[in-house]
Design a protein around this ligand. Structure first.
Ligand SMILES: [Zn+2]
Length: 251
């Protein structure tokens, strides 16, 4: 039996029994944890605020025989601007589902919690274009998982600035359109342009605190967005229900 206090954000909430929830929480220093929030759906429950999807709070967790329950919460950021806007909420839910999919139970993935929080903050307060935040999140998360795309130069001829650059999704490498046949492997390559390639390089190699500090003309943004999403889905080898929903309300 022990109490721990940590920052945690709710990635998933499932109603349980009459007034409880089972939460999936990304907790600082602990990775993904399953936490029971007893009575949190009761009117005036002190656990109500901190037991909601995408709310960051300081959580007091009670550990009994490896089962965690939530004893107290103090809200640190409820990302209200995200949770009260349907398309931002849909995008935030996608961030949460992807994070839950890659997070390890009980083990922290360095950078994962701050990527999620920074992405939600960028949607909530910074007024960044959602498609830019989404694409930067997708590329950065894939990199944090160990699948950072190799985009310094064409993997075949070594040219640092390919004229018609493409990103090979399964290999995670950059190549010139002309070098495609030399790459050997099967699989899809997505087209980039100079600005979209610069964006991929900024996200993978730049200062994580300045992850969203760039702009792109519309055509380049579309290339970056398509490549980022396809790259993440290819590398994680799955789809996301929340992504389908986000697309159904934004396209
Ligand atoms: Zn080349």
């Amino acid at each position: 039996m022990a109490h721990t206090v940590c920052r945690g954000i709710v990635l998933r909430e499932v109603d349980y029994k009459e007034s409880d929830k089972i939460l999936t929480v990304l907790a600082e220093g602990q990775g993904k944890r399953t936490v029971k929030a007893q009575g949190c759906r009761r009117k005036n429950s002190p656990l109500a605020a901190g037991s909601q999807l995408l709310v960051l709070s300081e959580m007091t967790l009670y550990d009994y025989q490896d089962r965690l329950s939530l004893k107290e919460t103090a809200t640190l950021n409820d990302f209200r601007g995200v949770r009260e806007d349907l398309s931002k909420l849909a995008l935030g839910s996608y961030f949460a589902e992807v994070t839950e999919a890659v997070a390890e139970e009980g083990v922290e993935t360095p950078g994962l919690l701050s990527l999620l929080l920074n992405s939600l903050y960028a949607l909530d307060k910074l007024g960044k274009p959602p498609e830019l935040v989404k694409a930067a999140f997708e590329v950065k998360l894939t990199a944090l998982e160990g699948y950072e795309p190799m985009v310094d130069a064409c993997a075949v001829c070594g040219k640092a600035a390919p004229e018609r650059p493409r990103l090979n999704l399964s290999e995670g490498v950059l190549h010139c359109a002309e070098c495609r046949s030399e790459l050997g492997e099967e699989g899809i390559s997505m087209p980039l342009d100079g600005a979209a390639l610069a964006a991929v390089r900024h996200v993978t190699g730049g200062d994580p605190k300045r992850l969203f500090s760039f702009t792109l003309p519309p055509g380049s943004m579309e290339l970056f967005a398509n490549a980022a999403e396809s790259f993440l889905l290819t590398q994680l080898e799955r789809g996301f229900r929340t992504l389908d929903f986000y697309k159904s309300i934004t396209v």
